[in-house]
Design a protein around this ligand. Structure first.
Ligand code: PMP
Length: 349
């Protein structure tokens, strides 16, 4: 088991912080008449503040994920968790963050906003983390190491052995972003939380659950990490509508499973169909709900697709992704449109 003195990692001002105490978190027991939070007493369905710690939903998620409710943080998308982890553990101007390149852009943006030094190590040519380089780059001020697997925009999973080796060798917190884990064959690292106190896992309702619009992200970690995130978050960071819709979705796990199955089936179809087009140079293996493809004329093809009303992401200027477009797997009929537009584009050349 890898232990870590998490309390020592926390920024000293955050350790000392006396957090805001919201009205709703100050009582225990069953209330019937709430005169504590200056709300409007008339029932609009939304006249009451939500539970600041979202215990009902956390209990449901805990059961499904096989973790304790106290090991869960819920936020306004996983983007909130990324920002809070940086604010909790990284002192601006002193501490550092390490990640790989290319990867999800918000780690760097949040580091920059918080004035925390961000360093990145290029992935290997097969899009795996370069462990030796990462370890060389890390020092005692490197508080967080972000890994995204399946990785955005490369779409592949990092090997389990690589993630485990990083967890063993990196001294501070490893934040493993599993936003796309439902589309992968790899088992989630949630089962490894008991073994690695330095492991923090991010997941989200925005992808496989089909709920990007409600903004709900999950963070799973040692209770001491979760409690410092709770200490600095906005008191009512997840709203009542979001809590209700997420709880309903959890009751319909079959819908989620059906979508995942269909998206994976469509991914396979696209991965088989795309190389047939002369425009496509390479279709990279995908463990996510999107595919990275290297094409001959990224800008022209991108513009052509926009002209057809099809929006993909131009990643051709990103490290190691020269000439690449990132294509999200759509509904079967949308994927048909994409393939048709590609065929038409080739006729224009
Ligand atoms: N992590 C990764 C790897 C992502 O690609 C995204 C969204 N594009 C997020 C996190 C953000 O998720 P959320 O909607 O939960 O903020």
């Amino acid at each position: 088991m890898k232990t870590l003195d998490i309390d020592k990692l926390i920024r000293s001002n955050i350790s000392r912080l006396k957090p805001y105490s919201s009205a709703r978190s100050e009582f225990t027991g069953e209330g019937a008449v709430f005169l504590d939070a200056n709300e409007n007493p008339n029932n609009t369905l939304y006249n009451r503040y939500p539970d600041p710690l979202q215990w009902n939903l956390k209990r449901k998620i805990a059961k499904m994920k096989g973790v304790e409710p106290g090991m869960i943080f819920l936020g306004n998308g996983s983007d909130e968790a990324i920002d809070l982890l940086i604010r909790a553990f990284c002192q601006p101007g002193k501490d550092k963050i390490l990640s790989v390149d290319p990867t999800y852009g918000m780690y760097k943006v949040c580091a920059d906003i918080n004035e925390v030094e961000y360093n990145e190590v290029l992935l290997t040519n097969d899009f795996q983390p370069d462990i030796e380089q990462l370890m060389q780059e890390a020092d005692s001020n490197t508080k967080l190491l972000f890994l995204c697997s399946p990785n955005n925009p490369t779409a592949n999973d990092f090997s389990e052995e690589a993630i485990v080796e990083i967890l063993n060798r990196f001294k501070n917190l490893v934040v493993l972003d599993e936003a796309y884990i439902d589309f992968s064959n790899r088992e989630s690292f949630l089962t490894k939380l008991a073994e690695y106190q330095n492991l923090v896992i991010l997941q989200t309702f925005s992808k496989a659950w089909g709920l990007a619009g409600i903004r709900l992200g999950m963070c799973f970690a040692d209770k001491r990490v979760i409690s410092v995130m709770n200490k600095i978050k906005y008191p009512y960071n997840v709203n009542s509508t979001t809590l209700r819709i997420a709880a309903e979705a959890l009751e319909n796990k079959n819908t989620h499973n059906g979508w995942v199955e269909e998206i994976i089936k469509e991914r396979k179809r696209l991965v088989t169909a795309l190389p047939e087009y002369s425009q496509i140079i390479n279709v990279y293996p995908s463990d996510a709900n999107f595919i990275l493809v290297k094409v001959k004329s990224p800008e022209l093809l991108y513009k052509h697709l926009v002209g057809e009303g099809i929006i993909v992401r131009d990643r051709s200027k990103v490290s190691l992704c020269d000439g690449c477009l990132r294509i999200t797997v759509g509904r079967p009929e949308e994927n048909d449109k994409l393939l048709k537009a590609l065929a038409e584009f080739e006729k224009t050349l």
